[in-house]
Design a protein around this ligand. Structure first.
Ligand code: SF4
Length: 487
């Protein structure tokens, strides 16, 4: 690895262990999530953005600063992890777009951190040998360069380097009338060269993702990799909220009030639908039931809660006891193979099993029509400016960030102060805020220290052998869902 920065043109060819494969991939995923969060919360050119991103790169042991990173291990990790996520994130248009966006932002930051000479070396290395024009030519073209390059006075022209770049590589700058053109070449100032390099990177990465997607069938036949890759693309990195310590601290009478104050929109919507129609179809029961378990409902409470509601609708007590009760016990690990199911993460809710007509599960930021979402937010008294911000984030496909904004607006805070990954995390953070940490201490004293369970259907633990356990959990989950198929 001759440079800290890479265009990732050649895939790695060495053999690595599954454990390393998994931990590299998870670390890069964590990094890309931070990139996504920072990209929305901060202006990319500000010091806060740069400082926070550098800190994350350092923490996760990726190359973090051009001159301080002659570090083979960090470069190797950077290289291999990029290619693993390429495999995981080439599987659908949505995933590809998300991955491309975050990788581009990461690349932009790192490229701009390079010193002039490292930048030049890097350009040569990736075969974009744009040549800096000599002083003579620059003096000769000084008037034209000054007139055609926005923001450039004559002294600035004298001071900055200009690159002679083929028109095909500078289309964007040329279209935006930001460069001087002569004889089929654009004269690009040093400060704009990143636009060209980034365009080139985007084109290459986007083609590479499409190509990787074509070779997916052969990867999917690898029984060690396939479950791991599919978990990575749905992966939520963080605690799995399957803890039992807060169990029994919530009473059924509190749920209506909590659903308004502390539930994320997805769960608030499910709760409302359940109260209104006394029924939820199986996708909703799974998503909401496991969430309630995660916030602390005991098995007995869950049975009572669902039964009371369902018998108000079309289900009689006998039918409930024979069918639905079994599935609730199953989800608490008391029936069948006794798997203790973990609540769904945002990624899982957003990426899998989209709701159809009559369903209330899913993520409203991802799955609702924007007009309906707007109406819902209005009915929840979100101010118009907040609704506009949320809808903008939704448009940019930043669903979890839209949810964070919803949290900020409903809790009257400026900065949520955490990165949202899980509906149960939303709940815990909300309770912490509303109760000034007091209740949390009593009810959720293990927040942030949740156990990652090797055999959970969500948790990917870098120290576990992932594939077989995840497969087992998935099979179990299908088994559980089968019990819920009755609508
Ligand atoms: Fe629920 Fe997560 Fe969507 Fe928020 S982002 S509504 S918590 S799925």
């Amino acid at each position: 690895y001759p440079h800290s920065l890479q265009f990732y043109l050649e895939p790695p060819t060495e053999s690595i262990s599954l454990v390393e494969f998994e931990s590299f991939a998870i670390d890069r995923l964590k990094l890309l999530k931070v990139v996504e969060n920072l990209g929305v919360s901060y202006v990319r050119t500000t010091d806060s953005y740069k400082t926070k991103l550098e800190a994350e790169l350092r923490k996760l042991k990726f190359p973090y600063r051009a001159l301080a990173e002659d570090d083979y291990e960090a470069r190797r990790k950077d290289h291999i992890s990029h290619f693993i996520l390429r495999l995981a994130y080439c599987q659908s248009e949505d995933l590809r777009r998300w991955f491309l966006q975050q990788e581009m932002d990461l690349f932009r930051y790192r490229f701009k951190e390079l010193t002039g000479s490292l930048m030049q070396k890097f350009l040569e290395h990736i075969n974009l040998p744009f040549e800096a024009i000599g002083e003579d030519l620059k003096n000769e073209l000084a008037n034209e360069l000054c007139a055609s390059t926005p923001g450039f006075s004559m002294p600035k022209v004298k001071e900055q380097m200009f690159y002679k770049v083929g028109l095909a590589d500078a289309v964007d700058l040329f279209r935006a009338r930001r460069v001087f053109i002569k004889d089929g070449f654009a004269y690009v100032p040093f400060k704009e060269i990143d636009v060209i390099v980034l365009n080139n990177y985007r084109t290459k990465l986007s083609k590479a993702l499409a190509l990787t997607a074509r070779s997916l069938p052969s990867i999917q036949s690898d029984e060690r990799l396939q479950p791991l890759l599919s978990h990575l693309s749905h992966s939520y990195v963080g605690p799995d909220y399957s803890v039992q310590k807060n169990t029994g601290k919530i009473s059924l009478e509190q749920i209506d009030a909590l659903s308004v104050k502390s539930f994320p929109l997805c769960m608030r919507q499910l709760h409302r639908a359940l109260r209104d129609s006394h029924h939820l179809r199986h996708g909703g029961r799974m998503q909401y039931g496991l969430f309630l378990k995660g916030i602390g409902l005991t098995l007995e409470q869950a049975l009572e809660f669902w039964k009371k509601e369902f018998i108000r609708g079309k289900v009689d007590a006998d039918k409930f006891d024979k069918g639905y009760a079994y599935s609730i016990r199953h989800s608490y690990g008391k029936e069948g193979k006794r798997t203790d199911y973990t609540p769904y993460s945002c990624m899982k809710i957003i990426m899998s099993n989209p709701p159809s007509q009559g369903d209330y599960h899913g993520c409203p930021f991802r799955h609702s029509d924007p007009e309906l979402l707007k109406q819902k937010l209005q009915s929840y008294k979100i101010p118009p400016s907040g609704i506009t911000q949320i809808l903008e984030l939704v448009k940019g496909m930043h669903y979890q960030l839209a949810c964070q904004k919803y949290f900020e607006l409903t809790h009257d805070v400026d900065d949520i102060g955490f990165s949202l990954n899980h509906p149960n995390q939303y709940f815990t953070e909300s309770q912490k805020l509303l109760n000034g940490g007091r209740e949390l201490k009593k009810e959720f004293s293990n927040s942030g220290n949740f156990q990652q369970k090797n055999n959970s259907q969500e948790g990917i633990n870098s120290s576990s052998a992932p594939t077989s356990s995840n497969e087992t959990a998935d099979t179990e989950l299908e088994g559980l869902e089968a019990y819920f198929t009755e609508d």
